[in-house]
Design a protein around this ligand. Structure first.
Ligand SMILES: [Mg+2]
Length: 445
C-alpha cells in the first residue's frame, strides 16, 4: 500500500480518538491554561504590569476556547515574529478549508499548541512562561510511590550485580534489557494530557512493578527480540550513541533518564542524547527547563520523603549529565505540524543526525503518530511500511516505545490477532485507552 493512499485521521471521523479529543479535551486544556495564568498572576510577587498583561493573555486564550467550541474555521497564524509562521500558513493553505472539529487531527492539535505559544511569545512579560509547568509538577509529585519503587529497584540492581562486570549470562542481560525497556515504555502511560484526572491509586496501579510485569501481554507489536539481536550483533561498534526523542516530563522523564543510565551502565551505549521540545507542547512534553526541574523535585524530601535509594541514585544520574555521557538537545522540527515523513525535506540536517545514530528511540503517542503520518493504516501494516521514507533504506534504526492513545496502530502480526484484540477491547479501545502498547523496531535497511 502506498503511503499516499492511506489518509490521516480527521477530527470529524466518527468514533475516533481525534473527534473525542477535539470535541471534549481541547477546550478543557485551554481552560487549564487560563486557570494557570490566573493563579500565577494572583501571586504576591508578580508586578502590576505583568499582572495587567496576564488579563489580556487570558482573554486571548479564552478566545481560542470559544473558536473551538463554535467549531470555527482554522485561520492563518498571525505574524508573531517567529520564522515558522509562513510554513504553518502554507500547510494550512494546502489542507484547504477546515475547522477545529473537521481538520486533520495532527495538524489541528499542533496548531492549537502553536496558537497558545504565539500568544505568550508575543507578550512582554510572559514570553518564557511555561503555562503547563504547574500541572506537570503536581502530577510528578503524585507519582511518589512509583518513583521511590523504581529508585529502590535500580539501586538494588546496581548493588546485586554491579551491572556490567558480573552480569555475564546472556539471558540475564536480555531480561534486564526487557525490564528496563518496559519501565520506559509504561512510564509513558502517565501522559497527563490524557490522564489528567488520575487518582493517586490509579497512578500507582499503572506504574507499579506488578503492572509492568502483567503488561507484557498487552504489547500488540513486540519487537524486543529484534532490538536485542541488533544490539548484540553491533556491540563491537566503537561509537554507540543512542538518541531518545522524549515525550513527557515528570514521571516519564524520570523513567527515561533511568533507562539512559541503564543503557550506559550496561555498556549498551557509549552516550545518550535526549531530545526535548523547544517550547511547551501537548501539555506535558519535556522542554529544557524540565530536566533541572526533575532533579529539583527528586532532591526534595517534601516531594519524595523516602530517601535511601534516591540519595544514592541522584548523584549517579547527575554524574552522567556532568560528564557529558547524557546530553540534551532541541530541534525546532519537533514542534512543527509535520509528520516525520516530511523530515527529509523539512529537516534534512536532523535526518542526517538520526541516520548517524546507533539507535533512535521515539517515546510516546505524538512521536508515533508522526512516525506513521497519523494514518488510518490497516493494523497489520508493517511498521516499516508505515514509516514511509524513515523506514526501508532510510539508514535510521528506529525503536518506538508507545502506549496506544490515539487512532493509529500498525505492526500487529496477523489479522487473527487484530480480531482477538477487537473482541477483547471493542470499538478501538485497544488503540485508544493507553492500556496496550507497541515496542516497534525497524533497522532502516
Ligand atoms: Mg506528551
Amino acid at each position: 500500500m502506498n503511503a499516499h493512499e492511506v489518509r490521516s485521521v480527521w477530527t470529524s471521523d466518527e468514533g475516533s480518538m481525534a473527534k473525542q479529543t477535539a470535541e471534549i479535551r481541547w477546550a478543557k486544556i485551554i481552560q487549564g491554561t487560563v486557570d494557570d495564568m490566573g493563579e500565577t498572576a494572583a501571586m504576591e510577587n508578580i508586578d502590576d504590569q505583568k499582572r495587567a498583561e496576564s488579563i489580556a493573555i487570558q482573554i486571548a486564550l479564552k478566545n481560542i476556547k470559544k473558536e473551538i467550541q463554535k467549531d470555527n474555521a482554522l485561520t492563518p497564524l498571525q505574524d508573531d515574529g517567529k520564522p515558522d509562521v509562513q510554513e504553518w500558513n502554507n500547510l494550512l493553505a494546502v489542507i484547504g478549508e477546515c475547522s477545529w472539529v473537521n481538520c486533520p487531527w495532527l495538524f489541528g492539535e499542533c496548531y492549537m499548541y502553536r496558537r497558545i505559544q504565539g500568544i505568550l511569545t508575543s507578550s512582554k512579560h510572559w514570553q518564557n512562561y511555561d503555562v503547563f509547568k504547574r500541572q506537570k509538577d503536581s502530577t510528578f509529585v503524585k507519582s511518589r510511590a512509583a518513583v521511590e519503587e523504581l529508585a529502590n529497584r535500580y539501586m538494588q540492581t546496581v548493588a546485586e550485580t554491579g551491572l556490567v562486570q558480573n552480569e555475564s549470562k546472556e539471558e540475564a542481560k536480555k531480561l534486564r534489557f526487557i525490564e528496563m525497556t518496559e519501565v520506559s515504555l509504561w512510564g509513558n502511560a502517565t501522559d497527563l494530557s490524557l490522564l489528567a484526572n488520575l487518582t493517586l491509586e490509579d497512578l500507582q496501579k499503572l506504574q507499579g512493578r506488578d503492572a509492568i510485569q502483567k503488561s507484557q501481554r498487552n504489547i500488540v507489536d513486540n519487537d524486543t527480540d529484534d532490538v536485542w539481536a541488533y544490539l548484540q550483533r553491533t556491540a563491537g561498534q566503537h561509537s554507540r550513541q543512542i538518541d531518545i526523542v522524549l515525550d513527557n516530563a515528570g514521571f516519564e522523564l524520570f523513567t527515561d533518564v533511568l533507562y539512559a543510565a541503564y543503557l550506559l551502565d550496561a555498556g549498551i551505549s557509549t552516550s545518550v542524547r535526549l531530545h526535548t521540545k523547544e517550547s511547551p507542547w501537548f501539555v506535558s512534553d519535556v522542554i529544557p527547563s524540565d530536566i533541572e526541574s526533575l532533579f529539583k523535585h527528586l532532591d526534595s524530601s517534601d516531594c519524595f520523603p523516602s530517601r535511601e535509594s534516591l540519595d544514592q541514585l541522584i548523584p549517579r544520574l547527575r554524574k552522567f549529565f556532568q560528564s557529558g555521557a547524557i546530553t540534551t538537545t532541541s530541534d525546532p522540527f519537533w514542534t512543527t505540524p509535520f509528520s516525520f515523513h516530511e523530515m527529509p525535506s523539512k529537516a534534512p540536517a536532523l535526518l542526517k543526525e538520526l541516520q548517524n545514530s546507533y539507535l533512535v528511540i521515539f517515546k510516546g503517542d505524538l512521536n508515533y503518530r508522526k512516525l506513521t503520518r497519523d494514518g488510518l493504516w490497516p493494523h497489520t501494516t508493517t511498521f516499516e511500511e508505515a514509516l514511509g521514507p524513515l523506514g526501508k533504506q532510510s539508514g535510521i534504526k528506529t525503536l518506538a516505545l508507545r502506549t496506544n492513545k490515539s487512532d493509529v496502530c500498525v505492526g500487529v502480526p496477523t489479522q487473527r490477532e487484530v480480531d482477538a484484540l477487537n473482541e477483547e477491547a471493542p470499538d478501538g479501545a485497544w488503540v485508544q485507552n493507553g492500556k496496550y502498547a507497541v515496542v516497534s523496531f525497524n533497522e532502516g535497511q
